[in-house]
Design a protein around this ligand. Structure first.
Ligand SMILES: O=P(O)(O)OC[C@H]1O[C@H](OP(=O)(O)OP(=O)(O)O)[C@H](O)[C@@H]1O
Ligand code: HPA
Ligand SMILES: [Mg+2]
Length: 174
C-alpha cells in the first residue's frame, strides 16, 4: 500500500514489527508468573495493541478506554474519558497501551484516573515517544521508538480520522 503523497516513510512495517517483538519480550519478562490487564487507548493504539497482545506470553485481559481532548490555543488540554474499562482494576497489574505520547496530557490524565482504582501496579507502554513535545511529565515504562516531532500518520495514527489503516508510519510534510 502506498503512503500519503505529502509524507515520507518514517518507520517501516518491518521496523514496527521488530519493536513490537522486543516490547512483548520485555513485558513477558517483567510480569513473569503474573496476570496482566492491558488498557488500550482507543482509537490510535488499536493496531499496536492487537499485534502486541498476541506476542506477550502471559495470561491477559484486554480492556479499552477512549479519551477525548479539547485543546485550546495554549494547548492546556482538557481531557475527559468517554469510554471506561469494564472490569475492576483493584489489586491488578495494569499496563496502559498507547500508540504515541506527545504533550503527555492524555496519559497524565489517564494515569491519575486509573491510579485512583488501586491497581497493584500501573505502567505505560507506548510505541512512539515524542519526548521533546511534553507539556506535562509522563514517563513510559516500555518504549518503542523515540521521535523528535513532526506529525505522524499510519498504523493507528490519524489525520482527521483518516490514514490509520496504513501499515507503516509516515511523517507528513509541513
Ligand atoms: O500526548 P498527547 O498530546 O495527549 O497525545 C497523544 C494522544 O493523542 C492521540 O489520540 P487522540 O486523542 O487524537 O485520539 P485517537 O487515539 O482516537 O486518534 C494519540 O493516539 C494519543 O492517545
Ligand atoms: O503525530 C501524531 N499523529 C497523529 N496523532 C497524534 N496525536 C499526537 N501526536 C500525533
Ligand atoms: Mg489516542
Amino acid at each position: 500500500m502506498n503512503g500519503p503523497s505529502n509524507g515520507d516513510l518514517l518507520y517501516s512495517k518491518k521496523q514496527i514489527a521488530g519493536e513490537i517483538r522486543r516490547l512483548a519480550r520485555e513485558i513477558t519478562i517483567a510480569y513473569a508468573g503474573e496476570e496482566l490487564i492491558l488498557v488500550v487507548v482507543l482509537k490510535g493504539a488499536f493496531f499496536f495493541a492487537a499485534d502486541l497482545a498476541r506476542q506477550i506470553q502471559l495470561p491477559l485481559i484486554l480492556e479499552f478506554v477512549k479519551l477525548s481532548s479539547y485543546r485550546d490555543m495554549n494547548s492546556t488540554g482538557d481531557v475527559t474519558m468517554t469510554k471506561d474499562v469494564e472490569t475492576s482494576l483493584t489489586g491488578k497489574n495494569v499496563l496502559i497501551v498507547e500508540d504515541i505520547v506527545d504533550t503527555g496530557l492524555s496519559l497524565a490524565f489517564l494515569r491519575e484516573r486509573l491510579l485512583a482504582r488501586g491497581p497493584k501496579s500501573l505502567k505505560i507502554c507506548a510505541l512512539i515517544d515524542k519526548k521533546e513535545r511534553r507539556k506535562i511529565e509522563v514517563k513510559t515504562d516500555f518504549t518503542g521508538l523515540e521521535c523528535p516531532g513532526g506529525f505522524l500518520v499510519g498504523y493507528g495514527l490519524d489525520l482527521n480520522e483518516k490514514l490509520r489503516e496504513l501499515p507503516a508510519i509516515y511523517e507528513l510534510n509541513e
